[in-house]
Design a protein around this ligand. Sequence first.
Ligand code: CUA
Length: 174
Amino acid sequence: MNWRKLRTFLLTVLVLSLIPATRYYQIDLPLLRFLRGSRHVDPLSLQLAGEFVENNLGTEQDPDGSVTVRMIAQQYLFIPHCVLVPAGVPVHLRITSADAVHSLTFDGTDYKVKVLPGTISEAQLQFPHPGEYKMPCREFCGAGHYAMRSELKVVPREQFPVLQPEERGNCAAQ
Ligand code: CUA
């Protein structure tokens, strides 16, 4: 092999390897997602794309009869402001923070979910009887901390499926 050919070969390899290097954010996304873990979420783009866009928040009926509740904590409120779930079924809570560390609690229960920016906190809850629970923040998160709360309405199990999706998602208007 002469040197000119070798140099051409090496230059070609260099140029070809530069292309993926400038596109690493496209090529390596699944790998990055794997390294960060599936619970990683970008706190700055919660409202723009992905699981926590506004019309995906609130309560969603799962095929097995349980429900999934998605919420965002941010200074100084929880979104949605009022959450509605059926009594006596498993509630899968998925919540993340847009800013500081918060703690979602349910008055009258031992449930306490720490919420951090950049990750999804998951909790399995269940409320046996219809009723209303205040959901205050119990982690000091700034000047508005003591007013930071949402409300949970537990409705009879058979009442939940007949509600409209927007009524399930946010019960503040009811
Ligand atoms: Cu949020 Cu205290």
